[in-house]
Design a protein around this ligand. Structure first.
Ligand SMILES: Cc1cc2nc3c(=O)[nH]c(=O)nc-3n(C[C@H](O)[C@H](O)[C@H](O)COP(=O)(O)OP(=O)(O)OC[C@H]3O[C@@H](n4cnc5c(N)ncnc54)[C@H](O)[C@@H]3O)c2cc1C
Length: 351
């Protein structure tokens, strides 16, 4: 049966946009399906390590434009250990980018269009079938549609439908992350501030300035989900008591998740990237760069493989990222306040 597309990518976040753009630039007829509309909201801190700038230029063929950057577009990284502010400080040579995530994702999708990708937004995928190639069912503005392709990339995030449909027995544990946007009286803190203290969160708590508001967040286990919002209350108190910020009204509150533990890099011949594959740093919650890198690697494996299965090449290519994430997961699982104290001391002592 002739297939309409060389490649269908499901999900138009950083991972999907990267995979689709790289594939289209190599001449593959590529369809990207994204359930959200223009400027779809994704709960996120919007913080990128400096190195992502170069990666984005390489994958999307242009530097990040000013309109996707937050007002405080360049930040330093500040760590505080369980013993408190007195033993915390800025990590030397740390430079982070602060993006407006909704605008950032839309720009990535726009770049994918310029690379030759057919992007369909408001297109929610409801089913995926592997049948030698792949058939995808989706609805767009009330109309039920189907598309077929030789290759499939699942870039549909932490609750990936592609992963659930094509690897139904795979487990996908998660870390929950709560966020609030809060008004601040007086000056906003100028850093991306990470606080490691078991009484706040078993993982991390962070704050980041976004325009005139402060975004605060914290991570929680799935078992302790009822403690997610109370942990944000504790962190708000902590920020005030430690003189970091004088917090006012909560403007927005949300909860989402990051993958936490099990990876699934492919399923029935489809390649999974970013959060769908379980590739997110559990120590810092950083996942955007890993999504772009794994998306790029998936597209390169598909291009390289030609008529062969791209699975072995992709597994090979993504090994470094997968091993790093697995190692960090082991670290996080065994962390207590003594280990957090040592971690921050070591990071701040780094030359
Ligand atoms: C609260 C919070 C804060 C975070 N802060 C940071 C941070 O500061 N820096 C950082 O690097 N990372 C951060 N992360 C992690 C980061 O957001 C993710 O790792 C990253 O977005 C993964 O990119 P992705 O492309 O794999 O998935 P996503 O960005 O989740 O994109 C998946 C896309 O697939 C679409 N989709 C899903 N299902 C379907 C369907 N059925 N049909 C069609 N489309 C579908 C979605 O609409 C979405 O656009 C944070 C995560 C959370 C939860």
């Amino acid at each position: 049966m002739p297939r309409e597309w060389d490649l269908i990518v499901i999900g138009g976040g950083p991972g999907g946009a990267a995979a689709a753009a790289v594939a289209a630039m190599a001449g593959l007829e590529t369809l990207l399906l994204e359930r959200g509309g223009t400027l779809r909201h994704k709960p996120c801190g919007g913080i990128l390590p400096e190195i992502t700038e170069e990666l984005i230029e390489e994958v999307f063929g242009a530097p990040l434009p000013p309109e996707v950057l937050a007002e405080q577009w360049e930040l330093r990284l500040r760590y505080t250990p369980p013993s408190g502010e007195a033993n915390g400080g800025r990590v030397r040579e740390s430079r982070l980018l602060n993006v407006k995530r909704d605008h950032f994702d839309q720009w990535l999708r726009d770049r994918a269009v310029l690379a030759g990708v057919t992007v369909r937004q408001n297109a929610r995928v409801s089913d995926v079938e592997a049948n030698g190639g792949f058939s995808v069912s989706y609805s767009q503005r009330g109309e039920e549609r189907r598309a077929t392709a030789a290759r499939l990339v699942g870039a549909d995030g932490v609750h990936s439908l592609v992963r659930r449909r094509l690897a139904p027995n795979a487990v996908a544990p998660k870390m929950l992350v709560g966020q609030r946007l809060v008004q601040v009286a007086g000056e906003l803190p100028a850093d991306f501030h990470c606080v490691f203290a078991g009484m706040l969160s078993p993982f991390y708590a962070y704050s980041v300035p976004k325009g005139r508001l402060l975004k605060i967040g914290s991570g929680m286990t799935e078992e302790e989900r009822t403690d997610l919002m109370p942990s944000l209350d504790r962190f708000s108190e902590w920020l005030e008591q430690n003189g970091v910020a004088d917090l006012g009204e909560v403007v927005q509150q949300e909860g989402w998740a990051i993958p936490f533990g099990e990876q699934q890099l492919d399923a029935a011949g489809a390649l999974l990237v970013g959060d769908a594959a379980g590739l997110c740093n559990p120590l810092s919650g950083e996942g955007i760069r890993l999504a772009i890198e794994s998306g790029q690697l998936a597209a390169e494996a598909i291009i390289e493989a030609g008529l062969r299965s791209p699975v072995p090449d992709y597994r090979d290519g993504v090994t470094g990222i997968a091993q790093m994430v697995a190692a960090l997961h082991r670290v996080v699982l065994t962390t207590d306040d003594d280990a957090r104290e040592q971690f921050v001391a070591a990071e701040l002592a780094r030359p």
